[in-house]
Design a protein around this ligand. Sequence first.
Ligand code: UD1
Ligand code: CA
Length: 469
Amino acid sequence: MEPQHFATAILAAGKGTRLKSKRAKVLHSIAGKPLLQHVLDAVLSVTRPDQVFVVVGHQAEEVERAVGATGVHFVLQMQQLGTGHAVQCLRDSVSGLGDLLVLSGDVPLIRPETIEQLGNFHQAQQAAMTILTARPENPFGYGRVVRVSPTSPEVAAIVEQKALAADQQYIGEINSGIYVFRIDALYRHIDSLQANNAHGEYYLTDMAAILRAAGERVVAFEIGDATEVLGANTIAEMMDLDAAMRMQSARRLMAEGVTIHRPETCVIDAAVTVGADTILEPFVQLLGNTRIGEDCRIRSYSVIQDSTIGSGVLIHNGCVLDGATISDGAFIGPFAHLRPGSQIGREAHVGNFVEIKNARVGDKSKANHLTYLGDAAIGSGCNIGAGVITCNYDGVNKHPTKIGDRVFVGSNSTLVAPVALEDDSYIAAASCITEPVPAGALALGRSRQTVKSGWVKQRRAAQQRKKDG
Ligand code: UD1
Ligand code: CA
Protein backbone atom coordinates (compact mmCIF):
# COMPACT_ATOMS: atom_id res chain seq x y z
CA MET A 1 0.00 0.00 0.00
CA GLU A 2 1.11 3.55 -0.65
CA PRO A 3 2.33 4.58 2.81
CA GLN A 4 1.31 8.23 2.54
CA HIS A 5 -2.33 7.35 1.79
CA PHE A 6 -2.64 4.74 4.41
CA ALA A 7 -3.92 4.91 8.00
CA THR A 8 -4.23 2.37 10.78
CA ALA A 9 -6.89 2.22 13.48
CA ILE A 10 -6.66 0.14 16.64
CA LEU A 11 -9.98 -0.28 18.44
CA ALA A 12 -9.32 -0.10 22.17
CA ALA A 13 -12.29 1.70 23.69
CA GLY A 14 -14.24 -1.26 25.04
CA LYS A 15 -14.52 -2.20 28.70
CA GLY A 16 -14.02 -5.91 28.30
CA THR A 17 -17.14 -6.88 30.25
CA ARG A 18 -16.38 -10.60 29.91
CA LEU A 19 -13.11 -10.16 31.86
CA LYS A 20 -15.02 -9.08 34.99
CA SER A 21 -12.04 -6.85 35.87
CA LYS A 22 -11.79 -3.27 37.12
CA ARG A 23 -9.07 -2.63 34.55
CA ALA A 24 -9.81 -2.01 30.86
CA LYS A 25 -9.18 -5.13 28.79
CA VAL A 26 -6.43 -3.71 26.59
CA LEU A 27 -4.40 -2.85 29.72
CA HIS A 28 -4.22 -6.48 30.82
CA SER A 29 -0.82 -8.00 30.12
CA ILE A 30 0.26 -11.17 28.43
CA ALA A 31 3.92 -12.12 28.16
CA GLY A 32 4.71 -9.10 30.31
CA LYS A 33 3.17 -6.49 27.99
CA PRO A 34 -0.33 -4.95 27.76
CA LEU A 35 -2.52 -6.38 24.98
CA LEU A 36 -2.68 -3.01 23.23
CA GLN A 37 1.10 -2.64 23.32
CA HIS A 38 1.50 -5.95 21.48
CA VAL A 39 -0.78 -4.72 18.69
CA LEU A 40 0.92 -1.31 18.58
CA ASP A 41 4.39 -2.84 18.39
CA ALA A 42 3.31 -5.01 15.43
CA VAL A 43 1.73 -2.01 13.70
CA LEU A 44 4.66 0.33 14.36
CA SER A 45 7.07 -2.06 12.70
CA VAL A 46 5.19 -1.61 9.38
CA THR A 47 3.86 1.96 9.60
CA ARG A 48 4.70 5.41 10.92
CA PRO A 49 3.34 6.46 14.36
CA ASP A 50 1.64 9.60 12.98
CA GLN A 51 -0.52 7.37 10.74
CA VAL A 52 -1.81 5.34 13.67
CA PHE A 53 -5.12 6.18 15.40
CA VAL A 54 -5.98 4.44 18.64
CA VAL A 55 -9.69 4.64 19.52
CA VAL A 56 -9.98 4.96 23.29
CA GLY A 57 -13.00 5.32 25.59
CA HIS A 58 -13.21 3.18 28.69
CA GLN A 59 -10.38 4.33 31.04
CA ALA A 60 -9.09 6.43 28.14
CA GLU A 61 -6.50 8.29 30.23
CA GLU A 62 -4.97 5.14 31.65
CA VAL A 63 -4.83 3.56 28.21
CA GLU A 64 -3.15 6.64 26.72
CA ARG A 65 -0.66 6.74 29.56
CA ALA A 66 0.13 3.04 29.26
CA VAL A 67 1.22 3.36 25.64
CA GLY A 68 2.28 7.02 25.90
CA ALA A 69 5.09 8.78 24.08
CA THR A 70 4.98 6.73 20.89
CA GLY A 71 3.65 9.61 18.78
CA VAL A 72 0.38 7.92 17.79
CA HIS A 73 -2.97 9.76 17.76
CA PHE A 74 -5.72 9.00 20.24
CA VAL A 75 -9.34 9.43 19.21
CA LEU A 76 -12.01 9.42 21.89
CA GLN A 77 -15.13 7.30 21.52
CA MET A 78 -17.23 8.84 24.29
CA GLN A 79 -19.79 6.05 24.44
CA GLN A 80 -18.91 2.53 23.41
CA LEU A 81 -21.70 1.88 20.94
CA GLY A 82 -19.89 -0.89 19.07
CA THR A 83 -16.99 -1.55 16.73
CA GLY A 84 -18.81 0.13 13.80
CA HIS A 85 -19.39 3.23 15.90
CA ALA A 86 -15.70 3.24 16.92
CA VAL A 87 -14.74 3.45 13.24
CA GLN A 88 -17.38 6.16 12.65
CA CYS A 89 -15.49 8.25 15.23
CA LEU A 90 -12.46 8.23 12.91
CA ARG A 91 -14.20 9.80 9.92
CA ASP A 92 -12.62 13.26 10.23
CA SER A 93 -9.19 11.92 11.16
CA VAL A 94 -8.81 9.79 8.02
CA SER A 95 -10.90 11.62 5.41
CA GLY A 96 -9.02 12.09 2.16
CA LEU A 97 -6.72 9.15 2.76
CA GLY A 98 -6.75 5.95 0.67
CA ASP A 99 -6.99 2.84 2.81
CA LEU A 100 -7.66 2.12 6.47
CA LEU A 101 -6.27 -0.90 8.29
CA VAL A 102 -8.43 -1.72 11.32
CA LEU A 103 -7.19 -3.93 14.17
CA SER A 104 -8.60 -4.95 17.54
CA GLY A 105 -6.71 -4.03 20.69
CA ASP A 106 -7.54 -7.50 22.03
CA VAL A 107 -6.03 -9.58 19.21
CA PRO A 108 -2.40 -9.33 20.36
CA LEU A 109 -0.49 -12.08 18.55
CA ILE A 110 -0.83 -10.54 15.09
CA ARG A 111 2.51 -10.43 13.25
CA PRO A 112 3.78 -7.54 11.12
CA GLU A 113 4.32 -9.92 8.16
CA THR A 114 0.64 -10.85 8.19
CA ILE A 115 -0.41 -7.19 8.27
CA GLU A 116 1.71 -6.57 5.19
CA GLN A 117 0.34 -9.60 3.35
CA LEU A 118 -3.20 -8.48 4.15
CA GLY A 119 -2.48 -5.01 2.73
CA ASN A 120 -0.98 -6.44 -0.44
CA PHE A 121 -3.91 -8.82 -0.94
CA HIS A 122 -6.35 -5.94 -0.46
CA GLN A 123 -4.59 -3.92 -3.14
CA ALA A 124 -4.30 -6.81 -5.58
CA GLN A 125 -8.01 -7.60 -5.15
CA GLN A 126 -8.98 -3.93 -5.53
CA ALA A 127 -11.47 -4.53 -2.75
CA ALA A 128 -13.49 -2.06 -0.70
CA MET A 129 -13.15 -4.35 2.33
CA THR A 130 -10.69 -7.17 2.95
CA ILE A 131 -11.23 -9.36 6.02
CA LEU A 132 -8.42 -11.31 7.65
CA THR A 133 -9.83 -14.75 8.42
CA ALA A 134 -8.69 -18.11 9.81
CA ARG A 135 -10.04 -21.52 10.81
CA PRO A 136 -9.25 -22.12 14.50
CA GLU A 137 -9.89 -25.47 16.16
CA ASN A 138 -12.84 -23.98 18.02
CA PRO A 139 -14.60 -21.13 16.18
CA PHE A 140 -17.22 -20.65 18.91
CA GLY A 141 -17.76 -17.04 19.91
CA TYR A 142 -16.29 -15.49 16.78
CA GLY A 143 -18.11 -13.83 13.90
CA ARG A 144 -18.27 -16.25 10.94
CA VAL A 145 -17.46 -15.46 7.36
CA VAL A 146 -20.10 -16.34 4.78
CA ARG A 147 -18.39 -16.63 1.42
CA VAL A 148 -20.28 -16.12 -1.84
CA SER A 149 -19.20 -19.65 -2.76
CA PRO A 150 -16.71 -22.00 -1.09
CA THR A 151 -14.01 -21.31 -3.68
CA SER A 152 -14.58 -17.57 -4.10
CA PRO A 153 -12.52 -14.95 -2.28
CA GLU A 154 -15.68 -12.84 -2.14
CA VAL A 155 -17.64 -12.50 1.08
CA ALA A 156 -21.40 -12.05 1.32
CA ALA A 157 -21.58 -11.28 5.05
CA ILE A 158 -20.09 -11.70 8.51
CA VAL A 159 -22.50 -13.22 11.01
CA GLU A 160 -21.89 -12.89 14.76
CA GLN A 161 -22.09 -16.02 16.92
CA LYS A 162 -25.43 -15.09 18.49
CA ALA A 163 -27.03 -14.44 15.09
CA LEU A 164 -25.90 -17.64 13.37
CA ALA A 165 -28.70 -19.51 11.60
CA ALA A 166 -28.90 -23.28 12.14
CA ASP A 167 -27.13 -24.02 8.86
CA GLN A 168 -24.38 -21.46 9.64
CA GLN A 169 -23.35 -22.99 13.00
CA TYR A 170 -20.83 -25.18 11.22
CA ILE A 171 -18.94 -22.44 9.39
CA GLY A 172 -15.32 -22.81 10.51
CA GLU A 173 -13.95 -19.61 9.00
CA ILE A 174 -13.86 -16.78 11.53
CA ASN A 175 -13.54 -13.02 11.29
CA SER A 176 -10.30 -12.00 13.04
CA GLY A 177 -11.54 -8.45 13.65
CA ILE A 178 -8.71 -7.22 11.41
CA TYR A 179 -9.63 -5.59 8.10
CA VAL A 180 -8.52 -3.18 5.40
CA PHE A 181 -11.11 -0.75 4.01
CA ARG A 182 -11.02 1.66 1.09
CA ILE A 183 -11.75 4.83 3.01
CA ASP A 184 -14.09 6.51 0.52
CA ALA A 185 -16.30 3.41 0.20
CA LEU A 186 -16.28 2.81 3.96
CA TYR A 187 -17.50 6.29 4.91
CA ARG A 188 -19.90 6.59 1.99
CA HIS A 189 -21.83 3.65 3.47
CA ILE A 190 -20.99 3.48 7.18
CA ASP A 191 -24.09 5.44 8.20
CA SER A 192 -26.20 2.53 6.98
CA LEU A 193 -25.12 0.57 10.08
CA GLN A 194 -27.99 -0.25 12.41
CA ALA A 195 -27.93 -1.43 16.00
CA ASN A 196 -30.74 -3.96 15.64
CA ASN A 197 -28.83 -6.94 17.04
CA ALA A 198 -28.32 -8.95 20.25
CA HIS A 199 -26.17 -6.24 21.89
CA GLY A 200 -27.87 -3.15 20.49
CA GLU A 201 -24.50 -2.08 19.05
CA TYR A 202 -23.26 -0.80 15.70
CA TYR A 203 -21.24 -3.76 14.39
CA LEU A 204 -18.36 -3.04 12.04
CA THR A 205 -18.87 -6.58 10.73
CA ASP A 206 -22.16 -5.50 9.10
CA MET A 207 -20.11 -3.42 6.64
CA ALA A 208 -19.41 -6.62 4.69
CA ALA A 209 -23.04 -7.08 3.67
CA ILE A 210 -23.65 -3.32 3.36
CA LEU A 211 -20.71 -2.77 1.00
CA ARG A 212 -21.57 -5.85 -1.07
CA ALA A 213 -25.19 -4.69 -1.40
CA ALA A 214 -23.82 -1.36 -2.64
CA GLY A 215 -21.95 -3.21 -5.40
CA GLU A 216 -18.53 -3.00 -3.74
CA ARG A 217 -16.04 -5.87 -3.62
CA VAL A 218 -15.61 -7.56 -0.21
CA VAL A 219 -13.02 -10.34 0.08
CA ALA A 220 -11.45 -12.63 2.67
CA PHE A 221 -7.74 -13.24 3.17
CA GLU A 222 -7.35 -16.51 5.07
CA ILE A 223 -4.22 -17.35 7.04
CA GLY A 224 -3.11 -20.89 7.86
CA ASP A 225 -2.20 -20.58 11.53
CA ALA A 226 -5.18 -19.31 13.48
CA THR A 227 -3.15 -18.81 16.71
CA GLU A 228 -2.06 -15.42 15.46
CA VAL A 229 -5.59 -14.03 15.36
CA LEU A 230 -7.06 -15.54 18.50
CA GLY A 231 -8.85 -12.94 20.61
CA ALA A 232 -8.76 -12.41 24.36
CA ASN A 233 -12.25 -11.83 25.75
CA THR A 234 -11.89 -13.72 29.04
CA ILE A 235 -9.06 -14.21 31.53
CA ALA A 236 -8.85 -17.86 30.48
CA GLU A 237 -8.45 -16.91 26.79
CA MET A 238 -5.87 -14.34 27.77
CA MET A 239 -3.85 -16.93 29.71
CA ASP A 240 -4.01 -19.30 26.72
CA LEU A 241 -2.42 -16.55 24.61
CA ASP A 242 0.07 -15.84 27.40
CA ALA A 243 1.11 -19.50 27.44
CA ALA A 244 1.38 -19.51 23.64
CA MET A 245 3.62 -16.43 23.66
CA ARG A 246 5.82 -17.71 26.50
CA MET A 247 6.21 -20.99 24.65
CA GLN A 248 7.29 -19.02 21.57
CA SER A 249 9.95 -17.30 23.72
CA ALA A 250 11.11 -20.65 25.12
CA ARG A 251 11.33 -22.13 21.62
CA ARG A 252 13.25 -19.09 20.38
CA LEU A 253 15.80 -19.52 23.19
CA MET A 254 16.08 -23.28 22.67
CA ALA A 255 16.74 -22.65 18.97
CA GLU A 256 19.65 -20.48 20.12
CA GLY A 257 21.21 -23.26 22.19
CA VAL A 258 19.59 -22.77 25.59
CA THR A 259 18.46 -25.91 27.43
CA ILE A 260 15.10 -25.45 29.10
CA HIS A 261 13.84 -28.31 31.21
CA ARG A 262 10.04 -28.52 31.20
CA PRO A 263 9.67 -25.31 29.16
CA GLU A 264 5.90 -25.29 29.77
CA THR A 265 6.59 -24.43 33.43
CA CYS A 266 8.89 -21.48 32.67
CA VAL A 267 7.67 -17.93 32.23
CA ILE A 268 9.86 -16.05 29.76
CA ASP A 269 9.09 -12.56 28.48
CA ALA A 270 9.51 -11.70 24.82
CA ALA A 271 12.50 -9.35 25.25
CA VAL A 272 14.63 -11.76 27.31
CA THR A 273 17.95 -12.95 25.82
CA VAL A 274 19.95 -15.97 27.00
CA GLY A 275 23.32 -17.24 25.73
CA ALA A 276 24.07 -20.71 24.40
CA ASP A 277 24.70 -23.61 26.79
CA THR A 278 22.84 -21.93 29.62
CA ILE A 279 20.46 -24.27 31.42
CA LEU A 280 17.11 -23.23 32.83
CA GLU A 281 15.57 -25.64 35.30
CA PRO A 282 11.78 -26.04 35.67
CA PHE A 283 9.69 -23.19 37.09
CA VAL A 284 12.11 -20.38 36.30
CA GLN A 285 10.75 -16.92 35.47
CA LEU A 286 12.79 -14.54 33.29
CA LEU A 287 10.97 -11.23 33.03
CA GLY A 288 11.21 -7.79 31.45
CA ASN A 289 14.55 -6.75 30.07
CA THR A 290 16.61 -9.63 31.42
CA ARG A 291 19.86 -10.65 29.69
CA ILE A 292 21.74 -13.80 30.61
CA GLY A 293 25.10 -14.90 29.21
CA GLU A 294 26.43 -18.32 28.19
CA ASP A 295 27.09 -21.39 30.34
CA CYS A 296 24.92 -20.28 33.25
CA ARG A 297 22.60 -22.46 35.29
CA ILE A 298 19.40 -20.98 36.66
CA ARG A 299 17.91 -23.35 39.19
CA SER A 300 14.22 -23.88 39.91
CA TYR A 301 11.93 -21.22 41.41
CA SER A 302 14.19 -18.28 40.68
CA VAL A 303 12.42 -15.12 39.48
CA ILE A 304 14.68 -12.76 37.55
CA GLN A 305 13.42 -9.37 36.41
CA ASP A 306 15.21 -6.62 34.45
CA SER A 307 18.62 -8.02 35.37
CA THR A 308 21.87 -8.54 33.50
CA ILE A 309 23.79 -11.72 34.19
CA GLY A 310 27.20 -12.54 32.74
CA SER A 311 28.50 -15.94 31.68
CA GLY A 312 29.19 -18.99 33.82
CA VAL A 313 26.93 -17.75 36.62
CA LEU A 314 25.11 -20.16 38.92
CA ILE A 315 21.82 -18.92 40.33
CA HIS A 316 20.70 -21.44 42.92
CA ASN A 317 17.08 -22.24 43.77
CA GLY A 318 14.58 -19.67 44.90
CA CYS A 319 16.43 -16.43 44.17
CA VAL A 320 14.64 -13.15 43.49
CA LEU A 321 16.59 -10.71 41.30
CA ASP A 322 15.24 -7.31 40.30
CA GLY A 323 17.41 -4.76 38.52
CA ALA A 324 20.60 -6.61 39.45
CA THR A 325 23.87 -6.92 37.54
CA ILE A 326 25.89 -10.11 38.02
CA SER A 327 29.36 -10.58 36.57
CA ASP A 328 30.90 -13.75 35.11
CA GLY A 329 31.40 -16.76 37.32
CA ALA A 330 29.39 -15.51 40.31
CA PHE A 331 27.38 -17.82 42.60
CA ILE A 332 24.03 -16.62 43.90
CA GLY A 333 21.68 -18.22 46.41
CA PRO A 334 19.88 -20.34 47.27
CA PHE A 335 17.21 -17.93 48.50
CA ALA A 336 19.06 -14.67 47.85
CA HIS A 337 17.19 -11.42 47.24
CA LEU A 338 19.00 -8.98 44.96
CA ARG A 339 17.10 -5.73 44.76
CA PRO A 340 17.63 -2.82 42.32
CA GLY A 341 21.18 -1.54 42.12
CA SER A 342 22.81 -4.79 43.24
CA GLN A 343 26.12 -5.25 41.41
CA ILE A 344 27.90 -8.52 41.98
CA GLY A 345 31.51 -8.85 40.82
CA ARG A 346 33.28 -11.68 39.00
CA GLU A 347 33.35 -14.95 40.88
CA ALA A 348 31.72 -13.35 43.90
CA HIS A 349 29.48 -15.46 46.14
CA VAL A 350 26.17 -14.27 47.52
CA GLY A 351 24.69 -17.10 49.52
CA ASN A 352 21.71 -18.28 51.53
CA PHE A 353 19.22 -15.70 52.75
CA VAL A 354 21.32 -12.71 51.76
CA GLU A 355 19.55 -9.48 50.81
CA ILE A 356 21.35 -6.84 48.77
CA LYS A 357 20.08 -3.42 47.75
CA ASN A 358 21.92 -0.66 45.90
CA ALA A 359 25.24 -2.25 46.76
CA ARG A 360 28.34 -3.37 44.91
CA VAL A 361 30.07 -6.56 45.92
CA GLY A 362 33.58 -6.68 44.40
CA ASP A 363 35.28 -9.49 42.51
CA LYS A 364 35.77 -12.70 44.49
CA SER A 365 34.13 -11.25 47.59
CA LYS A 366 31.84 -13.51 49.58
CA ALA A 367 28.71 -12.91 51.62
CA ASN A 368 27.54 -16.43 52.07
CA HIS A 369 24.92 -16.45 54.80
CA LEU A 370 22.12 -14.40 56.34
CA THR A 371 23.32 -10.89 55.53
CA TYR A 372 21.82 -7.53 54.61
CA LEU A 373 23.96 -5.20 52.51
CA GLY A 374 22.24 -1.93 51.59
CA ASP A 375 23.72 1.27 50.12
CA ALA A 376 27.18 -0.24 50.31
CA ALA A 377 30.34 -0.46 48.22
CA ILE A 378 32.39 -3.54 48.99
CA GLY A 379 35.78 -4.06 47.37
CA SER A 380 37.29 -7.28 46.07
CA GLY A 381 38.42 -10.34 47.99
CA CYS A 382 36.36 -9.52 51.09
CA ASN A 383 34.71 -12.01 53.40
CA ILE A 384 31.45 -10.83 54.88
CA GLY A 385 30.61 -13.25 57.68
CA ALA A 386 27.25 -14.81 58.50
CA GLY A 387 24.67 -12.40 59.83
CA VAL A 388 26.49 -9.16 59.01
CA ILE A 389 24.09 -6.23 58.77
CA THR A 390 24.62 -2.76 57.30
CA CYS A 391 22.48 -0.37 59.34
CA ASN A 392 21.89 2.02 56.44
CA TYR A 393 18.71 3.68 57.67
CA ASP A 394 18.40 5.94 60.70
CA GLY A 395 14.64 6.25 60.40
CA VAL A 396 14.91 9.39 58.27
CA ASN A 397 17.88 9.08 55.90
CA LYS A 398 19.87 6.35 54.18
CA HIS A 399 23.65 6.32 54.74
CA PRO A 400 26.48 4.58 52.87
CA THR A 401 28.87 1.87 54.03
CA LYS A 402 32.28 1.68 52.37
CA ILE A 403 34.37 -1.46 52.61
CA GLY A 404 37.79 -1.63 50.93
CA ASP A 405 39.58 -4.66 49.43
CA ARG A 406 40.41 -7.87 51.35
CA VAL A 407 38.40 -6.82 54.40
CA PHE A 408 37.26 -9.55 56.80
CA VAL A 409 34.01 -8.80 58.61
CA GLY A 410 33.38 -11.32 61.38
CA SER A 411 30.00 -12.98 61.78
CA ASN A 412 27.08 -11.13 63.28
CA SER A 413 28.75 -7.73 63.03
CA THR A 414 26.66 -4.60 62.79
CA LEU A 415 28.00 -1.79 60.60
CA VAL A 416 26.28 1.47 61.55
CA ALA A 417 26.38 3.75 58.50
CA PRO A 418 27.84 6.09 57.49
CA VAL A 419 30.98 4.12 58.14
CA ALA A 420 34.12 3.04 56.26
CA LEU A 421 36.32 -0.04 56.69
CA GLU A 422 39.58 0.45 54.85
CA ASP A 423 41.62 -2.11 52.89
CA ASP A 424 42.84 -5.21 54.73
CA SER A 425 41.02 -4.32 57.95
CA TYR A 426 39.61 -7.03 60.15
CA ILE A 427 36.40 -6.83 62.19
CA ALA A 428 36.04 -9.20 65.13
CA ALA A 429 32.89 -11.26 65.19
CA ALA A 430 29.80 -9.69 66.77
CA SER A 431 31.25 -6.19 66.66
CA CYS A 432 29.09 -3.11 66.51
CA ILE A 433 31.09 -0.76 64.27
CA THR A 434 30.27 2.94 64.47
CA GLU A 435 33.71 4.49 63.80
CA PRO A 436 35.96 4.26 60.73
CA VAL A 437 38.43 1.35 60.72
CA PRO A 438 41.88 2.22 59.26
CA ALA A 439 43.68 0.01 56.74
CA GLY A 440 45.14 -3.16 58.19
CA ALA A 441 43.62 -2.61 61.66
CA LEU A 442 41.66 -5.00 63.85
CA ALA A 443 38.48 -3.54 65.28
CA LEU A 444 36.75 -5.10 68.26
CA GLY A 445 33.43 -3.50 68.98
CA ARG A 446 32.01 -5.74 71.65
CA SER A 447 32.15 -6.06 75.46
CA ARG A 448 34.67 -8.41 77.03
CA GLN A 449 33.53 -11.83 78.05
CA THR A 450 33.39 -12.57 81.83
CA VAL A 451 33.77 -16.13 83.10
CA LYS A 452 32.52 -17.11 86.59
CA SER A 453 34.10 -20.45 87.53
CA GLY A 454 31.92 -22.91 89.45
CA TRP A 455 28.84 -20.72 89.02
CA VAL A 456 26.51 -23.52 87.89
CA LYS A 457 27.33 -25.78 90.82
CA GLN A 458 26.78 -22.95 93.29
CA ARG A 459 23.45 -22.03 91.69
CA ARG A 460 22.16 -25.59 91.77
CA ALA A 461 23.10 -25.91 95.42
CA ALA A 462 21.25 -22.68 96.22
CA GLN A 463 18.14 -23.92 94.38
CA GLN A 464 18.22 -27.22 96.28
CA ARG A 465 18.44 -25.44 99.64
CA LYS A 466 15.38 -23.35 98.74
CA LYS A 467 13.40 -26.50 97.84
CA ASP A 468 14.32 -28.29 101.05
CA GLY A 469 12.91 -25.25 102.84
C1 UD1 B 1 -15.35 -8.86 17.27
C2 UD1 B 1 -16.11 -9.07 15.96
C3 UD1 B 1 -16.18 -10.56 15.65
C4 UD1 B 1 -14.77 -11.12 15.57
C5 UD1 B 1 -13.98 -10.83 16.85
C6 UD1 B 1 -12.55 -11.21 16.66
C7 UD1 B 1 -17.76 -7.25 15.93
C8 UD1 B 1 -19.18 -6.89 16.10
N1 UD1 B 1 -17.46 -8.53 16.10
O1 UD1 B 1 -16.11 -9.48 18.29
O2 UD1 B 1 -16.83 -10.77 14.40
O3 UD1 B 1 -14.83 -12.52 15.34
O4 UD1 B 1 -14.04 -9.42 17.16
O5 UD1 B 1 -11.80 -11.09 17.84
O6 UD1 B 1 -16.95 -6.40 15.64
N2 UD1 B 1 -14.32 -1.66 20.83
C9 UD1 B 1 -14.32 -0.29 20.78
N3 UD1 B 1 -15.49 0.39 20.89
C10 UD1 B 1 -16.67 -0.24 21.05
C11 UD1 B 1 -16.68 -1.66 21.10
C12 UD1 B 1 -15.49 -2.34 20.99
O7 UD1 B 1 -13.26 0.33 20.63
O8 UD1 B 1 -17.70 0.46 21.14
C13 UD1 B 1 -13.05 -2.38 20.72
C14 UD1 B 1 -12.77 -3.27 21.93
O9 UD1 B 1 -12.04 -2.56 22.91
C15 UD1 B 1 -11.96 -4.42 21.33
C16 UD1 B 1 -12.42 -4.46 19.89
O10 UD1 B 1 -13.11 -3.25 19.63
O11 UD1 B 1 -10.57 -4.16 21.39
C17 UD1 B 1 -13.33 -5.67 19.62
O12 UD1 B 1 -14.48 -5.58 20.46
P1 UD1 B 1 -15.07 -6.86 21.20
O13 UD1 B 1 -16.23 -6.42 21.99
O14 UD1 B 1 -14.00 -7.60 21.88
O15 UD1 B 1 -15.60 -7.69 19.93
P2 UD1 B 1 -15.85 -9.26 19.86
O16 UD1 B 1 -17.11 -9.57 20.55
O17 UD1 B 1 -14.64 -10.00 20.25
CA1 CA C 1 -12.76 -9.41 21.23
